[in-house]
Write a new protein. Sequence first.
Length: 494
Amino acid sequence: MPRISLALLLAAAAAFAQPPVSGRRVHRLLIHNATVVDGNGTPASGPKDIVIENNLIADVIALDAVSMQRAGGRQQVQADAVIDATGKYVLPGLINAHAHLQEERGGKPQPIEYELDIWLACGITTIRDVGSDTKRALELRRMSAEGQIAAPRIFVYPMFGRPKTADAARAHVRELKQMGADGIKILGIDRDTMEAMEDEAHKLELRIAHHAGVEETNAWDDIRFGTTSIEHWYGIPDAAIPDGVQHFPSTYNYNNETDRFRYAGHLWREADPERLSKVLQAMVDAHVAWDPTLDIYEASRDLQRAQTQPWFHDYLHPVLEEYFRPNPANHGSYFIGWTSSDEVFWKENYRLWMAAVRQFDQKGGLIGMGDDAGFIYQMYGFGLIRGMELHQEAGFHPLKIIQQATGNNARILGQEERLGRVRAGWAADLIVVNGNPLENLKVLYPTGVEEIRNGKAVHTGGVEWTIKDGIPYHAPELMAKVKQMVAEARGVTR
Ligand SMILES: [Zn+2]
């Protein structure tokens, strides 16, 4: 029998095997006939078979005619379950480098499954938690690692707080290490305590994520002390303001969030381009990565868009909906009195910010991605995909964007030898996507997209399967559960 028809025969046999049961790991899982986009920026390739054994990628087998000719036909893979990925794209599971585990919003309880299920359904297999209830986050990390809950992998970076002295800062770093933290998140810290805590953290091999805010410290301190990643963007334009101080109006009060977010929209224009270029170069030289979280401030440049996102209809939990409403007591809900002029400033702010992110990349900087959802009209998971769209608006090629959301984030976490690749030996964290994300990143949204096929409108898209640690989750089932959860919660509150 000629080789090619044997291959076709075996391919057909694989297609008849059973798909996995959602939430149940099998000994050997085969993803058959996929087009693969890896997490290292290389082009799409396929068709390929991906063999998963327990929780590892055991093999990635090329099925194209040339590869099969060389291999002498297709090797038969005995699998306990098969996902037919014909016409589908397989990517490494997405990593959300700026996440918050949230079981309440504004003091009202919100079920953790709501957030975890949406993350998985959006293709997120790993999160870096940068501030939540630390003990609970560590417990969820353990339960996720043991496969007891449907959840992404969790890396816990507790919020550091504001120690009074350098000694107290060092002691607190040791205490967090003792608790089992994977890293530390700093926010609103003084320079001397930042220097001490970073020094102690380096000794204990803890990574550091810094949300600078408008503080005493800026990107020069991150460069000097060795921060792993700058979150958002604060501290970067600030480091490039010629006279070293932001030109806020005399009535400005940092603790008034409307003031804070309104005038943040004026900061990028204050940065001197030549100085900014030096700051970005110094970040590259010092290996300070940048996780810009482009999605989280989008409401500032287009409030109506943020307030009317289509997935709110079925999937916005009433507790989160309530939290999003303008309210000075809820962090990030600063929109009372938001004006068209504020939006115009923020649109310019975004243009300059995006240009700086591009420049950082061109200089060789490491760019990651995170959604910071649960604030400012951004829903978990959906926010990360929106962030990917905004990276496209910033000018990045989709291959690079997928790399930023997978391989680069793995690098920021120090997990690049285990996560973020479709490669034998790596963890079996993969997503099977209905459609081509290189053509349209919107196919990643669980709500899907409309396409014209043979003259007819069809609903398609979405992540079909999210495989985390070898456990396959059927994303449409997760979203059906979320929809039910939201409907029931609305029944109680409305
Ligand atoms: Zn955050």
